[in-house]
Design a protein around this ligand. Structure first.
Ligand SMILES: Cc1cc2nc3c(=O)[nH]c(=O)nc-3n(C[C@H](O)[C@H](O)[C@H](O)COP(=O)(O)O)c2cc1C
Length: 318
């Protein structure tokens, strides 16, 4: 176990990894609104990173000083690639390495990765071992997973806890449940109790359906958790990590100005040619909602072909 866990407060709040959502741009926006204690990258495939496809994937590992401390989340199949990538991530300045063992996306599971590891424990253990070797005790190694594959199966988190990882994030659903049912915090509590018995030094982070810091604090207290991870909550409140979010009092103009900031940062970070403006559509609804004319403005935003055009539409709406 590494001695250098990057966060000392308790409970700590973590921005969840969300593929194609929590890139460096979104993380900087969230950091400026109300910063979490810990950031994660989107998940990055180690087999792709150690292949000619590497340059494209390196974009997912881009971060700025604002997004620190940041943990790199990786996934894949080949332990050697995990080991090599872990060495590289240490050199890139990441504060930790997290292993995705929970993503239930069909194509990924079919390929034996992420949540499929719940049913291939031998490979899961080889991967943890390879990453520990690659990290060489220089940064913490952690796992993010679910309660089981088809059913809750506490032998799974129990096995992970026996590996002496630095942190275990439990998303309170099985892989089969995807996101279709409410997160089961009583089961997260059972995993925390397992932790108390098996690996008291491992931090436990609960995840699933948390929509505010206040709700997260209550859950952390009730279930005695070290940390709370929030993902989709940012879509309804980009200030979700704040003690007293002002978001619901934001004026139309304040919301539009925050979107302008997001678009500007997107343009300066990625450039029009590297990432199409349509990637921003999924963020539009964060800002352009709950005011008169929001629907029409959203429709106009989605018609544009460039970030310059989008900025013109937003400027004109001010
Ligand atoms: C669009 C999207 C992308 C996601 N990508 C990842 C990912 O790359 N790695 C990961 O561990 N979980 C990923 N997740 C799962 C989230 O990290 C989190 O576990 C899940 O959304 C439940 O938390 P929430 O209710 O706070 O959103 C993703 C979820 C969403 C909605």
């Amino acid at each position: 176990m590494s001695r250098s866990f990057p966060v000392s407060n308790s409970p700590f709040f973590v921005l969840a990894p969300m593929d194609d959502v929590t890139d460096t741009v979104l993380r900087q926006i969230i950091a400026d609104c109300a910063t979490p204690d810990l950031f994660f990258t989107e998940f990055v495939n180690v087999d792709g990173l150690q292949s000619p496809g590497r340059p494209q994937l390196l974009k997912k590992l881009q971060f700025t000083a604002k997004e620190k401390p940041i943990i790199a989340q990786v996934w894949g199949k080949n332990p050697e690639n995990f080991k090599k990538t872990a060495q590289e991530l240490v050199d890139m300045g990441f504060a930790g390495i997290d292993l995705n063992m929970g993503c239930p996306v069909k194509a990924i599971v079919k390929n034996g990765c992420c949540a499929a590891l719940i049913n291939n424990r031998e490979l899961a253990l080889q991967i943890i071992d390879a990453v520990k070797q690659g990290a060489a005790g220089k940064v913490p190694v952690s796992v993010k997973t679910r309660l089981g594959f088809n059913e809750k199966d506490l032998s799974w988190p129990g096995l992970i806890l026996k590996q002496n990882v630095d942190m275990l994030t439990i998303h309170g659903r099985t892989a089969k449940e995807m996101s279709k049912v409410a997160a089961d915090w009583e089961s997260i509590d059972e995993v925390r109790k397992l932790r108390d018995r098996i690996a008291p030094q491992t931090k436990i982070v609960g995840n699933g359906d948390v929509m505010s810091r206040r709700q997260g604090l209550k859950l952390a207290k009730k279930y005695n958790l070290d940390g709370i991870m929030i993902g989709r909550g940012i879509f309804s409140d980009p200030f979700v990590f704040s003690d007293s979010s002002q978001w619901f009092e934001f004026s139309r103009e304040q919301k539009i100005r925050l979107f302008i900031k997001h678009v500007g940062l997107f343009a300066s970070t990625w450039g029009q040619s590297k990432r199409p403006v349509h990637v921003l559509n999924k963020f539009c609804k964060i800002y352009i909602q709950d005011f008169d004319g929001a629907k029409e403005l959203r429709e106009n935003c989605m018609k544009v072909e460039s970030t310059d055009e989008l900025l013109n539409v937003l400027d004109a709406a001010l």
